[in-house]
Design a protein. Structure first.
Length: 495
C-alpha cells in the first residue's frame, strides 16, 4: 500500500466506522456466533501472495463485525463499559502513525513530555494532591496498559523498598494483602512474583468494605507467625459491587505500620473523583494524605479508548530504584542529567505506546466540564435504574448501588423468609440464564459472599434514559417469567 492507496483505504475505513456507529443501536449487543465460527472464513495460514486491500477491508465487515460484542452499544451494561470516543480514536490513529516506542526522552521528546503533562492534567482533574504531580519532581504519574500492570508494578516497587529496609527478610515470608473483594490482580501479582497473597474477609453488613479492625487483626496474626505483609491493595469501587474500602480506618492502622505500602486500586470508580461531590465518598482526602500509589483506568468510564491505565506514585524513586537497568546504548545526555523522566524505568517493558495523545484530545475536546457531565449522567441513569428496582415487588438491591453500578437479585415478595439461600440463588441463576439468552442487552453476574447476583453498570457514551428504562423492563419481564415457571413447579394439584 502506498501513500495514495492509504489515503483511499483510510477514508473508506472512517466512512465504515461512521456507518457502524450510525447503525449500532439496531444491532444486537451480543453476536450470534458459535465458538470456532471464524475458522470457516479465515484460512489457517497467511497467504503466500499479497492480496488486494479492498478484499481484506471487506472481510473485516463480513467476518469480524458479526463476531463482535458491541461494547459501545447503548444497551451494554456488562462488566464495566468502556466509554470510547472519536477523539480517542483519532489519538490512537496518530499514535500508530508516529509509531514511537518512547522509552526515554531522546527516543522521541514529545512522547515523554506530553505524557508528563497529561498525567498532571489528569491528577488535577481528579483532585489528587500536588505531591502526585510530575511537576513535584518527587511523586509522579505514568500511563500503564491496565490496572493489573499498575498493581504488579507497585508490588515490585514495594517489595524492593521493603527488602532495602529489611535485608534479613526472606522472600517466602513476604505477603501481599488484599480483601476477598479485591480484583484478581492481587492474586495474579502473587502468582507472577511467587509471593503469598492473603485475602482479608469483608462482610455484607459493611457493604463489602475492608475495615480497620479486620486489617489490624490480620497484621497481628501474621506478625506472630513471622510473616511480613509489605503491601495492601485497597479498593475504591470494587468490581463486583462498587464497594469502597474504609480508608480512614485503614489510614489509622497504616500509621502504626509504616512499612506497609498502601496502593489504591480505583480502576473503575477513580474517574468519578473529577466531580467534587463524589470526593468524600471516594475518600480523596485520605488517598491524598497517605496512599503510596493510586490507579484509575481512563479506558473504562473515562472516555479514553483502551488502553489507558493511569498510575500515580507518591515517591517516584521507589519505581526507579526497583526497575532501573541502564545499558550503555540507552544512555543519553538529557536522561543522565536528570532533566527528563525516563519512562522506561516506570513500567515493566522498555518500549511503550504514545497513549497520552488520547487523553490530550479527549480532555481538550470535552473540557473538564464535559468530562464531569459524562460521569454525572451515568450516575443519574444508574440511580434511575436502582430506583426502579427498589420500587419493584420482586427485585431488590443486594447492596446499596454504587455510582453507576447496581447489584440486584430476584426476591419474590412474601416468600423471602421461607426460601433458603440456595433456592433463591437457583431462581436468580435461572433469571440470569434468561437474560443472557437474549441478544438485545448485556449484563453480568457476580457472587457476593454466597449470594448470586446480577450487575448492571451504566457507562457507554450512547446510553440514555430509554435504554435504562428498557433494561429494567427486560429484567422485570424475565423475572416474571422465572416466577411463573417456579409457581408451576411448586404448585400442588389442589391449587
Ligand atoms: C476492571 C478492574 C480491574 C482490572 O482492570 P485491567 O485494567 O483490565 O487490569 C482492577 N480493579 C478493579 C477494581 C476493576 O474494576
Amino acid at each position: 500500500m502506498d501513500i495514495e492507496q492509504f489515503r483511499k483505504a483510510g477514508y473508506q475505513a472512517v466512512d465504515r466506522i461512521c456507518e457502524y456507529y450510525y447503525t449500532l443501536q439496531n444491532r444486537s449487543v451480543i453476536p450470534k456466533v458459535e465458538p470456532g465460527y471464524l475458522k470457516n472464513y479465515i484460512p489457517p495460514c497467511a497467504p503466500e501472495a499479497g492480496e488486494d486491500f479492498q478484499l481484506i477491508a471487506d472481510d473485516y465487515q463480513n467476518f469480524i463485525l458479526p463476531g463482535l460484542t458491541h461494547w459501545q452499544h447503548p444497551s451494554f451494561f456488562a462488566y464495566f463499559p468502556t466509554a470510547c470516543t472519536f477523539e480517542g480514536m483519532i489519538g490512537d490513529l496518530y499514535s500508530s502513525s508516529a509509531c514511537n516506542p518512547g522509552f526515554n526522552w531522546s527516543s522521541s521528546p514529545a512522547c515523554t513530555e506530553l505524557e508528563v503533562t497529561m498525567m498532571d492534567w489528569a491528577a488535577q482533574l481528579l483532585g489528587l494532591s500536588p505531591v502526585f504531580l510530575n511537576s513535584s519532581a518527587i511523586g509522579g504519574g505514568v500511563i500503564q496498559t491496565s490496572a493489573s500492570d499498575s498493581a504488579l508494578l507497585v508490588v515490585v516497587a514495594a517489595r524492593s523498598l521493603y527488602q532495602r529496609n529489611h535485608a534479613e527478610a526472606k522472600l517466602e515470608d513476604l505477603v501481599i494483602y488484599t480483601s476477598t473483594q479485591t480484583h484478581s490482580l492481587g492474586v495474579k501479582a502473587g502468582l507472577v512474583l511467587g509471593l503469598q497473597v492473603r485475602a482479608i474477609n469483608v462482610k455484607l453488613e459493611d457493604e463489602f468494605s475492608l475495615r480497620g479492625d479486620t486489617l489490624k487483626a490480620a497484621l497481628k496474626e501474621d506478625a506472630k507467625l513471622g510473616k511480613r505483609p509489605f503491601i495492601l491493595i485497597a479498593t475504591v469501587g470494587t468490581t463486583s459491587s462498587g464497594a469502597i474500602d474504609n480508608l480512614p480506618e485503614i489510614q489509622e492502622v497504616a500509621r502504626e505500620h509504616p512499612d506497609l505500602w498502601v496502593h489504591i486500586d480505583a480502576a473503575w470508580a477513580g474517574v468519578a473523583l473529577s466531580c467534587p461531590e463524589n470526593r468524600g465518598k471516594l475518600y480523596l482526602r485520605e488517598t491524598n494524605d497517605f496512599a503510596d500509589s493510586f490507579c484509575t483506568n481512563f479506558h473504562k468510564w473515562g472516555l479514553v479508548n483502551f488502553d489507558f491505565s493511569a498510575l500515580w506514585v507518591r515517591d517516584r524513586s521507589n519505581l526507579v530504584d526497583a526497575l532501573e537497568v541502564t545499558p550503555v546504548f540507552l544512555r543519553s545526555k538529557q536522561d543522565d542529567s536528570g532533566m527528563a523522566i525516563d519512562y522506561r524505568n516506570w513500567h515493566l517493558g522498555l518500549g511503550r505506546r504514545f497513549r497520552s495523545l488520547k487523553l490530550w484530545f479527549v480532555l481538550r475536546s470535552f473540557g473538564a466540564e464535559g468530562f464531569r457531565k459524562h460521569i454525572r449522567r451515568a450516575i443519574e441513569l444508574n440511580n434511575l435504574f436502582a430506583g426502579l428496582i427498589s420500587e419493584s415487588k420482586i427485585l431488590s438491591l443486594v447492596t446499596p448501588s454504587s455510582f453507576a453500578l447496581s447489584v440486584f437479585r430476584l426476591v419474590p415478595a412474601g416468600v423471602q423468609d421461607d426460601l433458603s439461600l440456595e433456592a433463591l440463588n437457583e431462581l436468580n441463576r435461572s433469571l440470569f440464564g434468561r437474560l443472557s439468552a437474549r441478544q438485545d442487552i448485556m449484563l453480568t453476574q457476580t457472587n457476593l459472599n454466597g449470594i448470586f447476583c446480577i450487575r448492571l453498570v451504566v457507562g457507554a457514551v450512547r446510553t440514555d434514559e430509554q435504554h435504562v428504562r428498557n433494561a429494567y423492563d427486560v429484567v422485570a419481564e424475565e423475572a416474571e417469567g422465572v416466577l411463573q415457571a417456579w409457581h408451576q413447579t411448586t404448585a400442588t394439584p389442589s391449587d
